[in-house]
Design a protein around this ligand. Structure first.
Ligand SMILES: Nc1ncnc2c1ncn2[C@@H]1O[C@H](COP(=O)(O)OP(=O)(O)OP(=O)(O)O)[C@@H](O)[C@H]1O
Length: 352
């Protein structure tokens, strides 16, 4: 079974069936580290344009609101003020969205055990919210609830979450939010280990950002270098690709990363294998010193820890993996000799 199908592409209707989410939607999720005491410091790292400052203030407010707890009086007052401020036009855009049909497939706690956040809690650009809702995402999944607000503050992140629980959007959403589409430079690089994953990730970026004017480019080994060079003469805001090819383009001086303030590494455990690690370390030197790094990895081998210690600044650690296997899936193994493998598989397929 392919892991990517495990989180149905939409949460609608039935809400959070089962798990912690249904009993106490706003309650704490014991599976993650809740708050980083260094958060305030991170908030001050990316001082940019006034929109960013405004957004950071809002995010701090959002973080404080969550820290204060759902019953606090402050929370209630802020909510009231906010809802009064919502003008009628803000409801119109929602009514015009082209929402896909509800997905009624059963969901496990891996994706339902949320704190009850809404995407609108993160003060995202309206065009981005439109893309999120039109992709069929109704509410953030647990990994998205954890990583989106922290990534928006500019903090480095090391996140562990199971496959198929929404990691891709957990970094694509803050990446798209942070990009200034009027500045035609590469602002975000997403590194992945394979061409297939690069194509899938760029597709998610394009879909979520379909109402934004953000230019996404994919570049991986095994394709024409000349085409990539030509493409880089056009505006690119977000580059998705494999390390070797991006390094090649950077060394040639056609891929300019001096304004790239966010580096995402998906499947970091694979990216930090001997095959890729040297390229990644060279690549980082083409980026500014104050870049933000988001590491997403299912496992946490010593290579990831070592990289974290050397390149991440006081990272916010998210760990939603108390066990490797997704809920609802049972794994078995058969201990066979190499030459018996095919026969064993054949027997299993004919019986199961
Ligand atoms: N908030 C959400 N609401 C509904 N569906 C979602 C949400 N976030 C992601 N999905 C959908 O869940 C599926 C799995 O998500 P995704 O591929 O991002 O998971 P992943 O953790 O990156 O998986 P992998 O580790 O295999 O790359 C996708 O079909 C995606 O569209």
């Amino acid at each position: 079974m392919h892991a990517r199908g495990r989180y149905p592409p939409g949460i609608h209707g039935g809400g959070r069936g089962g798990g912690m989410g249904s009993g106490n939607p706003s309650g704490p999720n014991p599976n993650f580290q809740y708050r980083n005491p260094n958060q305030q410091q991170y908030v001050q790292r990316n001082v940019g344009q006034s929109h960013q400052q405004f957004q950071q203030q809002n995010q701090q407010q959002w973080l404080r609101r969550n820290q204060a707890g759902p019953d606090s009086a402050v929370d209630e007052v802020e909510k009231t003020v906010q809802s009064e401020a919502v003008d009628s036009s803000s409801q119109d855009w929602k009514a015009r969205l082209k929402i896909p049909p509800p997905d009624t497939r059963y969901r496990t706690e891996d994706v339902t055990a949320t704190k009850g956040n809404e995407f609108e809690d993160y003060f995202l650009k309206r065009e981005l919210l439109m893309g999120i809702y039109e992709k069929g995402f109704e509410r953030p999944s647990p990994i998205q609830e954890e990583s989106i607000p922290i990534a928006l503050t500019g903090s480095d992140i090391l996140a562990r979450a199971k496959n198929g629980t929404g990691k891709t959007a957990a970094f694509c959403i803050p990446a798209l939010e942070k990009i200034d589409q009027d500045n035609n430079v590469i602002q975000v690089v997403i590194l992945v280990p394979t061409r297939e994953l690069a194509l899938q990730t760029s597709q998610v970026c394009k879909e979520l950002g379909k109402h934004l004017k953000i230019q996404v480019m994919v570049t991986t080994g095994g394709t024409s270098l000349k085409d990539d060079i030509m493409r880089l003469y056009q505006p690119v805001h977000l580059l998705v690709g494999t390390p070797g090819r991006i390094l090649d383009l950077s060394k040639k001086g056609v891929c300019i990363l001096k304004d790239c303030s966010m580096l995402v590494m998906d499947e970091a455990d694979k990216l930090l294998s001997p095959e890729f690690q040297p390229s990644i370390e060279q690549l980082i030197h083409f980026m500014p010193l104050n870049r933000q790094i988001l590491l997403f990895s299912a496992t946490f081998p010593v290579t990831v820890k070592d990289f974290k210690d050397r390149y991440l600044q006081k990272p916010y650690i998210i760990n939603l993996m108390d066990e490797l296997t997704l809920k609802g899936i049972t794994q078995y193994y058969a201990f066979v000799e190499e030459r018996q493998k095919v026969h064993c598989l054949n027997t299993l397929f004919s019986k199961v």
